[in-house]
Design a protein around this ligand. Structure first.
Ligand SMILES: [Cu+2]
Length: 470
């Protein structure tokens, strides 16, 4: 297993060998101090204290990178390096990221800003940063081998361009991408409009996060980097539920959600209780004529989507990827479907041989949320999180949009669980249950060819809980 210490000592050994004479004193003096952040909480929006004004975004379980103004140019310093990311309490992953975290900090600029980004490579291999979705000079596009040489370990490269288009963008490596993105290297980029824009509305809350996936075996901490499709941790900003903070809003706020997908599959993002419009992509704001109300928006690989809605229904509203295995955390892959199977006899026999033997899922899998199965150290529970009514039974790409009347403007503090008005919660029916009435045609005349007896064609559904490669 590769530890953080190994990574860092490896990287700095290379650094020492190549960097001593490589960066001139003048250049060093010109380099902005890198700002690091290792907190996994959602940081409050970074209000700009210089440059053109804008309404900052909130990066879910993340932060915005401060800049310095240098003769009218916004200067940022990104440091590509090994990081430790707490994915959820009790589970830390050894990833690669920027400035202390995976994903890296969000970069926020204003349309028309001239931007200079220093990228220092503290990884043990070549690196480069691609500014996904930006109009820029070709040589600033960050594709190793094509538009620039890779940044060697220990070296710092400078990217400079004007943020020409307002919108929702991201940055990620274009060097050994499969490995570097599998290790968590990515970050968000928002270019705010310079003036009032006909297609970009002002909003009260503006959240952003990236979808990323990892393959980390239960009990270990470092992602497998050769995985192509078989990922087992589905994250927002390298966090998994219940480690993902709620999105807290005030009732009647206009809310924007900006989402980018750097996993290797699509994610249908589903919001409960409200309808939203897709107001933008990484191609820019969408024309108004193309907008339609949705409750699920698919975010395909390498895409970004901007969703907007009025949060006018109070409550704790689930917001999640609609692929059901993406709201689960790592588990063994070869668990067969056991629904309807009575194990009692088998278990009695097996436990005489294997005392710790545990049967999973004969009444569905919800029991897994409460069972006290011994997990290896540093492993997230498969489905977890507890709400006011018990186990939520979710992991992975799941969080809660908390809409509250009392929430103050600009306050992102978690208000706790929603207090439902009396008589507004689903309740148990305690009257007499009538016998079911069969639909009259069942088993009778149908348009299908004469059916053989049902028992001959009955099949058992066996849903693969892991993944297959078809
Ligand atoms: Cu998904």
């Amino acid at each position: 297993m590769v530890s953080r210490r190994n990574f860092i000592s490896g990287a700095s050994a290379v650094t020492a060998a190549v960097s001593a004479a490589a960066v001139s004193k003048v250049a060093l003096a010109a380099l902005p101090e890198p700002v690091l952040q290792t907190e996994s909480r959602t940081m409050p929006p970074l209000q700009p204290d210089n440059g053109r004004p804008y309404n900052p975004v909130v990066t879910l379980n993340g932060w915005t990178l401060p800049w310095r103004m240098n003769n009218g140019v916004k200067e940022f310093h990104l440091v590509a390096e090994p990081v430790v990311r707490e994915m959820t309490p009790g589970f830390k992953a050894h990833l690669w990221g920027y400035n202390g975290q995976s994903p890296g900090p969000t970069i926020e600029v204003v349309e028309g800003d001239r931007v200079r980004i220093f990228v220092t490579n503290k990884l043990p291999e070549l690196h480069s940063v691609h500014w996904h979705g930006q109009r820029l000079p070709n040589g600033m596009d960050g594709v190793t081998g094509l538009t620039q040489p890779g940044i060697p370990p220990g070296k710092t490269f400078v990217y400079e361009f004007v943020a020409r288009r307002p919108g929702t963008f991201m940055y990620h490596p274009h060097a050994d991408e499969m490995v570097q993105m599998a290790m968590g290297m990515m970050g968000f980029w928002v270019t705010h409009p310079r003036n009032k824009h006909p297609l970009i509305d002002a909003v009260d809350r503006d959240f952003c996060f990236l979808l990323s996936a990892f393959d980390i075996e239960p009990g270990s901490a470092t992602p497998k980097v050769m995985t192509m499709l078989d990922f087992n941790l589905w994250t927002w900003n390298s966090r998994i539920f219940p480690g993902i903070d709620p999105l807290v809003v005030r009732k009647n706020d206009k809310v924007r959600l900006r989402i980018g997908n750097l996993t290797m599959t699509n994610h249908p993002m589903h919001l409960h209780g409200h309808e939203f419009l897709v107001t933008g992509t990484d191609g820019g704001p969408t024309p108004k004529s193309t907008r339609q109300y949705e409750v699920t928006a698919d975010v395909a690989v390498g895409q970004m989507r901007q969703l907007e809605f009025i949060a006018d229904e109070e409550g704790d509203w689930a917001f999640h990827c609609h692929k059901s295995h993406h709201t689960m955390n790592a588990m063994g892959h070869d668990v067969p479907t056991m629904i309807g199977v009575d194990h009692r006899q088998v278990v009695r026999q097996v436990t005489q041989l294997v005392p710790d033997y545990m049967v999973m899922g004969e009444r569905g899998m919800h029991d897994m949320t409460e069972m006290e199965m011994p997990l290896p150290d540093n492993t997230a529970a498969m489905m977890t999180g507890t709400g006011p009514f018990g186990a939520v039974g979710m992991g992975g790409m799941f969080s809660v949009v908390k809409v509250r009347r009392e929430q103050k403007p600009g306050d992102y503090a978690d208000p706790g669980w929603f207090k439902h008005p009396p008589g507004t919660v689903a309740y148990e029916f305690t009257g007499k249950l009538p016998d079911p009435t069969r639909f009259a045609a069942e088993g009778g005349v149908s348009m299908a060819p004469a059916a053989r007896p049902a028992r001959d064609i009955e099949v058992k559904a066996r849903k693969p809980l892991g993944h297959d490669h078809h």
